[in-house]
Write a protein that binds this ligand. Structure first.
Ligand code: ZN
Length: 208
């Protein structure tokens, strides 16, 4: 084999390695404010190096599939979260489960443009914390998203998920082992955010 042949082989091998390990791939839905639903899907396939600032979220997470990992637990359907918080989230959910808090539904990674100022076509322009795998929803059927809710009361208006009933075991409150565990790993609760909305299923770095 001559020197040129060796050189060509070495270049091919370098290019192949880069393509295998360094690709950013994901599909994100786009929420339209006027239609009040997702109107299209953006499909991304590019070198990981081409990730933009808008694609970098809390904890260094990105929407790229290569940054998302499966969390497998015996009591709930497998879900994905950002690899930089995966171990913490897993241990928090396990501890809460063993402390007697029933966890029946979890959703983490869910790539969508559902934040930010709408553009001219009324499409949202920023990725949500779920799009980075940096937020998790727990027991959505018992911990809905409410508006008209400066403070929790029965007058708050349910807009997504299930009705909040403090007599149910799956309902999250400041006294839940789950709340304690999430706080321990540095996640804030959507049930305690400022403003009109309360997202009782939701945990993230800021609670939003
Ligand atoms: Zn959420």
């Amino acid at each position: 084999m001559n020197i040129i042949m060796l050189l060509v082989l070495s270049i091919i091998s370098t290019v192949t390695q880069a393509a295998e390990g360094k690709v950013c791939q994901y599909s994100a839905t786009v929420w339209n404010v006027a239609a009040r639903k997702s109107v299209r899907t953006i499909k991304i396939f590019k070198p990981y190096d081409a990730v933009t600032d808008k694609e970098r979220g809390p904890f260094g997470c990105t929407p790229c599939l290569v940054d998302q990992v499966d969390i497998e637990l015996p009591f709930v359907k497998t879900f994905k979260v950002c690899r930089f918080i995966a171990e913490k989230v897993k241990s928090a959910l396990l501890n809460a489960h063993y402390a007697g808090f029933p966890i029946s539904e979890v959703e983490g990674y869910r790539p969508s443009y559902s934040k930010g100022k709408p553009d001219q076509l009324q499409n949202r322009t920023e990725l949500s914390n779920h799009a980075f795998g940096a937020a998790i929803d727990i027991n959505a059927n018992h911990n809905g998203l409410y508006d008209k809710c400066i403070q929790w009361s029965n007058d708050c208006r349910l807009i997504k998920g299930g009705k909040r009933d403090l007599s149910k075991q799956e309902t999250i409150s400041e006294n839940s082992p789950l709340y304690y565990e999430m706080k321990r790993i540095g996640l804030k609760w959507g049930g305690e955010i400022q403003g009109l909305q309360k997202d009782f299923m939701h945990f993230s770095e800021t609670g939003y």
